[in-house]
Design a protein around this ligand. Sequence first.
Ligand SMILES: Nc1ncnc2c1ncn2[C@@H]1O[C@H](COP(=O)(O)OP(=O)(O)OP(=O)(O)O)[C@@H](O)[C@H]1O
Length: 950
Amino acid sequence: MASDSDSDSDSDSGSYVSATPPRPSHHPSPTPPPLNSSVRVSSRPKPKPRPKPESTKKSTRNAPHHSEQTKRSKEKLRSSKAQNSTVSNPKPESESEAQSKPKSDPGSEGLFLSDPDNISIRICKPESSNSSSNFSSSFARLVKLRRPSFDPDLEFKADTTVPIEAQISAQNQVNSKQTKRFHPNLIQVEAPISKPFDQSKRPKLHDQGNFVRLNINGYGRSRKPCFRNGSRKYSASRGFRRRKWNSKKSNNGDQEDDLLGLDGIVDKQQGKSRLVKEVEEAVGAVREDLSEENLRNLLKLSHGFDLFREGQLQAIKNVIMGESTMLVLPTGGGKSLCYQLSALILPGVTLVVSPLLALMVDQLKKLPAVLPGALLSSNQTNEESLEILERLRSGEIKVLFVSPERFLNSEFLSAFDDDLTTSLVVIDEAHCISEWSHNFRPSYLRLRASLLRNKLNVKCILAMTATATSETLENIMKSLEISPNNLIQTSLIRENLQLSVSSSENRLKDLLVLLKTYPFGDMKSIIVYCKFQAETDMISKLLCDNYVKAKSYHSGLPAKERSHVQELFCANRIRVVVATVAFGMGLDKSDVQGVIHYSLPESLEEYIQETGRAGRDGRLSHCHLFVDTTTYYKIRSLSYSDGVDEYAISKLLGQIFSSDINLTGEIHSLVKEATARKLDIKEEALFTVLTMLEIGDEQYLQLLPQLNVTCLLSFHKTSPDLLADKDILIRSILNLSEKKGGFYVFDIPTVANTLHIQANEVLDQLKNLKISDEITYELKDQAYCFKLLKRPDDLFALSARLTKWLSQVEVCKVQKLDTMYKIVNFALRECKQECGCSASLHTYCIQKHITEYFSNKQMTIGDDFNIAGKQHSPFLHADLKSFLKSNASVKLTPRALARIMHGIPSPTFPSSTWARNYFWGRYVETDFQVVMEAARIELMNFIKKGTEEN
Ligand SMILES: Nc1ncnc2c1ncn2[C@@H]1O[C@H](COP(=O)(O)OP(=O)(O)OP(=O)(O)O)[C@@H](O)[C@H]1O
């Protein structure tokens, strides 16, 4: 039976169909859908034997050295941030980003780009007491510009004491005496004053890599150990750089850097400029002659490695020659190096699209010091993002990390309009493009070659993944227009991994035994993967009770705690991390010796990725998998939690294209939670449908960045009416809002549409008024926003097509799980124990079947196992009848009924309410399709009977 905790599994990328995204710990309450749920018409090396484990060293790191000036900057930053911390986050980009970011905790670990010396140009200062009218006037000009015919008096039938023209001319006079302030979104109208980048150019020290720019929350924090995990300390590249730059090297590791005096810093800076010069020369040589020798010389200088790994050299050569390339290297195979070295050589910018903020942060940290990088994320303010784009244009940034959702942002795309040369676009985790991958992510669909060429003017694309079937690869290469000749693929599983499997009736007991006996008993660094968050907490506690140093890790934990666990693990201060799928992306700990799957992975792709976290140092490592049928059925059942009925899709399309929606470019919104609950469609599935309506065969709409669309506003200094006289936005708000509980409640897109401006321009103006202490406000109701471009000719045909596609994706997901189960079952029951397979060790047979699966070869396993569960149950129909009788007033579809019988929570039927029902999860072991068909029959009978009785 799946309860709340059962279903609260994690995902590594907040993807839609295949992996359930990290969930909040609460479930939506089962209250009826609120009124606003409708569309809002707003207006490989040979394994070396592992040495005996050493006793864990305690890493000691001193507080970083700061100059007085940086301390002052830090103070300034804190106060400015405090002033600027609005209740809102105006541009949430994606679930995954939002989940990765520290939840509005100013003290939490900074995943922000920052330059503490440059605070003054980014943070809006509070204005003097009459500043609201200044804002009002510049805002009025903006409105006037967007909608010349706009007359607030006529529009709102209100008296105005100050006509808008007078406001504008008065403001012009004021402006002529004042420093000009430009609205950030006025770039199309009037170019903002090009701010000289007045950051005092602190050269990066070698040990800072790219991290110093990450932390907007406080300068000093950039040197906290959270960004300096234990493994990095000993990494080859850092070691190399140390040798290069610091002749006074002692054995103190990082501590030594912190204790260096000014002389040391000067030495380092000189060393760095020498290195930069050498790298520049090496780059020049490569540009002249793309020989292996020249590339190896550059590799040595920039990364400190002597040799390329398999696939790297070819990938780099392809990219430098402008050939779009598909690169498939195993986890830890060295994919990042391919774009890093290429970025050094190519003249323009390298844009890296990455699915997770945490991954971006990690990759940014890993850039060699000679390669300046930055990232854009929804955590940043508009000013910060604009500043980064400015630095990109000025050539100060060579590598920019972005999420796929960033491509919805017009400001971002317009930065690539003219002079900016984008030499390379890298699509990391490229399998997310394909709906047939284990981790499909709708936003990745946007990343087609045509868009990248048109919008970014880029010729070369490098797509990278560690795991993709040939079908997925075909899909990716087709949408990115990569020639089949440019597929570089090495083996999927590193040869240093020993794979074992055992069936288990009591996994907890077996896990304890495994951790205490050879080979796992000798290991100092192990990851245990579980399916559910609650499991990880329970198991780590049990391990601690049994003297195994362990911690749990899942996306339900606060970001700070997660990074703390990762730090401890990387520093070998805990032996075991018990984690969900959320752990490990971007983890570059080379000496993980063992991976244990407590739960069956959902696909072979997931298995390969997770086992690939062991033995990145090339040493012999072990991966064990526990198989129990109950977990298999439970996971299989949950694979059906994203499915959608045609009926629900039709209703959704009916809302999106309702007759009173016009196509005049107004912003429309769909409140996520309310719509999901009303239509019983998961939010991720809603987003997939919207994405398909944008980039499917025909473009029906244009998606905009997601927003909190409902604003609750209260006034403080000036009375609302007086402020409305001065401020056109406030006047609109007063006319379009309802008064509730002391707040003026209004819909942001409606106000934006009335004034013919963008929603983020409304938010910017609200922020300005808040800074001037005129108002405070709260934002709620996260919504998908879009503009309608075209109405479908046949809504029914469109919903049938979309439903069919979604159900194929669902089937594909179930098949992936079944294949995983088949392979381990084969190992357990059918393996002839040849080629090294023996007892629980099945490296050979598992690898063989993995290769068959990924190369699309016919699997050499029969379909003997009854993997799909029981096909029939004598009591199913009787139970369905009984359920319908006792829940006659509940509106049910066959899918909803089958979900209840399987114990699968959904937006309308959350487990918090329904898990108490007697029938909840009783048929988890019967194939879902069988239960759904039975539910359809019984529902029809029930309705027919009801009609006859009436
Ligand atoms: N040619 C090389 N020689 C030695 N070490 C290398 C080489 N290339 C990469 N590495 C190292 O291998 C490790 C893994 O590299 P990287 O993180 O790029 O792998 P990846 O393929 O991106 O892994 P993942 O799939 O987990 O993201 C890093 O520590 C990197 O420094």
